[in-house]
Design a protein around this ligand. Structure first.
Ligand code: AMP
Length: 184
């Protein structure tokens, strides 16, 4: 059973890797960023609430994303596994997820931490050119990552769930390394 959580700074390639592997294994790729961007495009109440946070590079309030993830992971297509990308982003979200997975009897999840140096991350984000990839917003997102999300590395390492992968290699090499570490 493959249940993978992708950690790593913005621009670490977690979205690309999660999507590639989800396609390979025919498992749902659950990206909170993608779900939020779609909601924003569709102008749903969720999208409208999330927009100002996303535009500024801030985190959307925990409750909004937690409800989203809870709904998504409760759908039957997740029973054979899933790849979660962009969630959790805070220790509170990680605690929420632990409880949710316990309730759903989804166990044995592993956490992939994609390690990429700061300067490489900034370079990649500037190239990507998404709406929230303006330099000011990038700076803020990296700061939010350092303050809110980075503590999750210790959180999952303490729980013996963390697998480290060098994200500063070609896309194919990263994919191979992920396959290798989860098999070992
Ligand atoms: P991403 O595509 O994962 O980089 O997410 C884009 C933006 O969506 C982030 O900068 C946040 O504003 C918001 N977002 C995505 N996932 C979360 C989350 N787990 N918690 C709070 N905000 C999130």
């Amino acid at each position: 059973m493959t249940r993978l959580i992708f950690l790593g700074p913005p621009g670490s390639g977690k979205g690309t890797q999660a999507k590639t592997l989800a396609d390979t294994w025919s498992l749902p790729h659950i990206s909170t960023g993608d779900i939020l961007r779609q909601a924003l495009k569709d102008k749903t109440p969720l999208g409208i609430k999330a927009q100002s946070y996303m535009d500024r590079g801030e985190l959307v309030p925990d409750k909004l994303v937690e409800d989203m993830v809870s709904d998504r992971l409760s759908q039957p297509d997740t029973n054979s596994g899933w790849l979660l990308d962009g969630f959790p982003r805070t220790v509170n979200q990680a605690l929420f997820l632990e409880e949710l997975l316990r309730k759903l009897s989804h166990n044995g999840e592993k956490v992939i931490n994609l390690e990429v140096p700061d300067d490489v991350v900034v370079e990649r984000l500037l190239e990507r050119g998404r709406k929230d990839d303006a330099e000011e917003v990038i700076r803020r997102r990296l700061e939010v990552y350092r303050n809110e999300t980075k503590p999750l590395i210790n959180y999952y390492s303490d729980r013996q769930r963390l697998l480290k992968v060098n994200g500063n290699q070609s896309q194919e090499e990263v994919t191979d390394e992920i396959k290798k570490v989860i098999a070992s």
